[in-house]
Design a protein around this ligand. Structure first.
Ligand code: GAP
Length: 438
């Protein structure tokens, strides 16, 4: 059985900051708690995670289409979805130290983990997690709007629009990637639980009698996605929810969980939502949100299977899964063994020296690569240090332009994991990389 590695947490937080994956937001003003900015490498990693999801969930399928719905939405949406009445966590205050906690997340519901006092909590009260704001210059109730706490509702309220315009019929899905906002009581564990985060969600609409079969299908598909991108099978698991854990809309849910430094925790939920959402929105809006099957002459409200993942949380999990410290001789090297598809830079071009004789050829190499693969260019420090810097951020291939390159029109290509090196002529470089990077 694998064990959680608590020390990995600080290593990932430090690496993220040191190398420009993730910064504390508003750091120059002392930092804005629990919000994060994605730096030059983080933005590439996050984009690669989202691209890999989109490719798998939309591009490679004929039965799923995309959507980008608005973040601001009127109260009617959240009234009908049940979020206004149900989307809350039980909040308790400690009367000794004033700390606030989520009652359902406490190890002991009577002991405050901040000050260790027993019996100091107030009565629990339900705290709604949605962010409310006002649209336009008026601050009256009529202008109240919400920042979406999930992307899912965008798919439900556009069900008829997509059905009518895409010529899809159940079983088919609508996928969306985008920001969601939750006023979490206890954000934490770096980017794991934040108040602003990105989701990758897909609502798959199916004939009611096929729902449980599609639920099983999507549980398996989603596990395969993480495995295919390099997570080891011992580090992820699919955990079915107990009845008392199920959300207000769900008849069955399983979580994809990863073994984080603090233990098993959720990456994604796959839920059988039944016809709850379409029925709620049809009743509340007065619009028909059902499907007429011309072959059978039957009209029905499709049931929904929803794989709902967090992009920001998943990006961090991939960083943790890839992190390795390897002993090489007397040294230890840090290497991110990221799948090529997720690596921020695919290639780094490293002229052996900053001397002007090498610069034009090094630029030529960079220019020949940049259109196809995101590449870094680095000409300072010793070549050993530059390899180490690239290993630490997961760059699969380093290309060294040396003094012989000028004469033999060839470069040294070093592979990240094995550290093996090949001499490759410039006219074959693109083919060499294409074979390995795709
Ligand atoms: N539409 C269903 C839904 O939103 P969820 O389990 O509440 O389900 C789906 O959210 C995923 O979104 C989670 O598995 C998690 O990866 C991510 N997520 C939820 N809240 C988050 C938060 N506060 N910070 C980061 N990611 C979050």
């Amino acid at each position: 059985m694998p064990e959680a590695d608590p020390q990995l947490f600080d290593k990932i937080v430090n690496l993220s900051k040191r190398r420009g994956f993730v910064f504390q937001s508003a750091e120059i003003y002392g930092g804005f708690r629990s919000t994060y900015d994605y730096g030059p490498l983080g933005v590439l990693l996050l984009r690669n995670v989202k691209d890999a999801w989109w490719r798998n969930m939309v591009q490679m399928r004929h039965d799923v289409v995309g959507l980008d719905a608005s973040i601001l939405s009127p109260p009617q949406v959240w009234e009908a979805s049940g979020h206004l009445s149900n989307f809350s966590d039980p909040l308790v205050d400690c009367t000794n130290c004033n700390a606030r906690h989520r009652l359902d997340k406490l190890d002991d519901p009577n002991v405050c983990p901040t000050c260790d006092t027993t019996g100091s909590f107030t009565e629990a009260r339900e705290f709604n997690l949605m962010f409310k704001t006002n649209a336009g210059p008026v601050t009256e109730t009529a202008a109240e709007v919400y920042l979406r706490p999930e992307t899912a509702q965008g798919m439900f309220i556009n069900f008829a629009n997509v059905l009518n315009t895409s010529r899809k019929k159940p079983p088919f899905g609508i996928a969306q990637i985008g920001k969601s906002f939750r006023n979490e009581i206890t954000p934490g564990n770096f980017v794991f639980r934040t108040r602003e985060f990105e989701q990758m969600e897909m609502e798959f609409f199916v004939p009611p009698e096929e729902a449980s079969q599609w639920y099983d299908y999507w549980c398996q598909e989603r596990m395969n996605w993480y495995l295919d991108l390099g997570m080891s099978p011992e580090m992820i698991r699919l955990r079915p929810h107990d009845d008392d854990e199920l959300s207000h809309y769900s008849s069955a849910t399983s979580d994809v969980e990863y073994l984080f430094p603090w233990g098993w925790d959720e990456l994604e939920g796959i839920a059988n939502r039944g016809d709850f959402d379409l029925t709620q929105h049809a009743n509340a809006s007065g619009e028909k949100l059902d499907y007429f099957d011309q072959t059978s002459g039957e009209r029905y409200t499709p049931h929904v299977i929803e794989p709902a993942a967090g992009a920001t949380r998943t990006a961090m999990a991939f960083l943790m899964a890839a992190y390795d410290e390897e002993t090489v001789g007397d040294d230890t090297r840090t290497v991110l063994r990221l799948d090529h598809r997720l690596a921020p830079y695919k290639v780094a071009v490293l002229p052996l020296s900053k001397k002007e004789t090498l610069t034009p050829t090094a630029h030529e190499v960079f220019d020949s690569i940049k259109g196809r693969w995101i590449a870094d260019y680095d000409e300072t420090q010793s070549i050993g240090k530059r390899y180490a810097r690239q290993d630490e951020i997961g760059t699969p291939y380093c290309i060294t332009v040396d003094f012989e390159t000028i004469d033999d029109r060839a470069v040294t290509v070093r592979e990240r994991d094995s550290r093996e090196q090949d001499r490759v002529s410039l006219d074959q470089l693109e083919g060499y990389l294409a074979e390995r990077l795709g």
